[in-house]
Design a protein around this ligand. Structure first.
Ligand code: PLP
Length: 387
């Protein structure tokens, strides 16, 4: 492995920012109280927690009492879908390209008797609004369609979805785990009812996130215990994590416009270069509005696992975008839903972040086409040898 490693997997997770580490440190050092305690240690922790809630709310355009801290994006998604279904009865509607935290929650609801409808997407990964309109006739408890997709980066028409749901008096949940901090995610501008965010995708630590719940929207808790977070998410709060999420959210919000423009330009350069240099490559999600940091390529005539391993050896960390469960690579449900999966093809997800530089994109443009050409040559050779 070369010393020069390039991390282009920021959709998987991001490095924790120095400012965030600094902001959270006091809550491990001397302000380690339990926010539910009434003594001074508790009061100090409570004050920090509530200030963090205020800051996360501000980044979303929400009110403080509309933000619940969770253990991450997964829990926020579970709570939105299952918690809303348990409070609202009837059905659950979600898109076919949701994160598994939503899809599996919907499956669980189905096992509990919910009428679950999965909305299809077009070849770009954009949800079918006519199918949504149809599904809304059944007055589901919740519609869950993500803000921006983690595998291909496609942005959904959240404003239209929110308006349709509002008109049908149906609650709308958007998983904004990838979108938050990268495109405007404002609940005061878009009438979405529930929004999931996660700290580790925006320069914060893993294991903390939040669910925005619009005032007046009923959800049921999934956990039972000490009554924290208005009884909707009991368990002693992760105060340091909440402070970290608030700090990361504030920084991301402040830098969003400049950083998104910078990453879009880098991503576009990577996209143009790779599609020009590698035969047969096309962009998954092309033609749709996309998150600034994601580039997902369809690469024919190559073995996916070999490609990822070869790039890793060259020091380039990317992902396939497909789920890897207990070692077995299954085709991505997102690409399957988009009709973009075929035998013998790979998908390659590059995702950029704050630390991504021009020089790293140059190196990726040099190394990736070379690695693909080498693997293709080798596999042509082995095919020839077999005959
Ligand atoms: C779109 C989306 N939703 C949910 C999650 C889950 O978030 P977390 O890792 O914080 O549980 C992820 C992370 O991979 C994601 O990309």
């Amino acid at each position: 492995m070369t010393n020069e490693t390039i991390y282009l997997d920021h959709a998987a997770t991001t490095p924790v920012r120095a400012e965030v580490r600094e902001a959270m440190a006091p809550y491990y050092e001397d302000r380690w109280g339990n926010p539910s305690s009434t003594h001074r240690w508790g009061r100090a922790a409570r004050a920090a927690l509530e200030e963090a809630r205020e800051r996360v709310a501000a980044a979303l355009g929400a009110a403080r009492n509309e933000v619940l801290f969770t253990s991450g994006g997964t829990e926020a998604d579970n709570l939105a879908v299952l918690g809303r279904w348990r409070a609202g009865g009837a059905g659950v509607v979600c898109s076919a390209i949701e994160h598994r935290a939503v899809l599996d929650a919907a499956r669980l609801a189905a096992r509990g008797g919910a009428n679950v409808q999965i909305l299809g997407v077009d070849e770009r990964g954009v949800v079918d609004l006519a199918a949504l309109d149809e599904a809304l006739h059944d007055r589901p408890a919740v519609v869950s369609v993500m803000w921006g997709n983690n595998e291909v980066g496609t942005l959904q028409p959240v404003a239209s979805i929110a308006e349709r749901c509002r008109a049908a008096d149906v609650r709308y949940h958007a998983d904004a785990v990838q979108a938050f901090g990268r495109v405007p995610v404002r609940v005061d501008e878009i009438p979405v009812d529930l929004v999931s965010v996660s700290s580790h995708k925006i320069g914060g630590p893993k294991g903390v996130g939040a669910l925005y719940v619009r005032s007046g929207v009923q959800i049921e808790a999934l956990l039972w215990g000490g009554g924290q977070e208005r009884d909707l998410r009991p368990g002693t709060q992760n105060v340091a994590g909440a402070v970290a999420l608030a700090t990361a959210a504030e920084l991301a919000d402040r830098e969003r416009e400049a950083e998104s423009a910078r990453q879009t330009a880098l991503r576009d350069r990577l996209e143009a270069g790779l599609t020009a240099k590698v035969a047969g490559v096309s962009v998954n999600g092309a033609g749709a509005p996309r998150l600034p940091h994601v580039l997902n390529l369809r690469v024919p005539a190559i073995d996916q696992e070999m490609l990822l391993a070869a790039l890793d050896l060259e020091g380039i960390a990317v992902s396939s975008g497909s789920a890897c469960h207990s070692g077995a690579v299954e085709p991505s449900h997102v690409l399957v839903a988009m009709g973009r999966v075929a035998e013998g093809e790979s998908s390659l997800r590059f995702s950029l972040g704050r630390t991504t530089t021009d020089a790293e994109i140059d190196r990726a443009l040099d190394v990736v086409p070379r690695v693909i050409a080498r693997l293709r040559e080798r596999s042509n050779g082995s095919h020839a040898g077999a005959h």
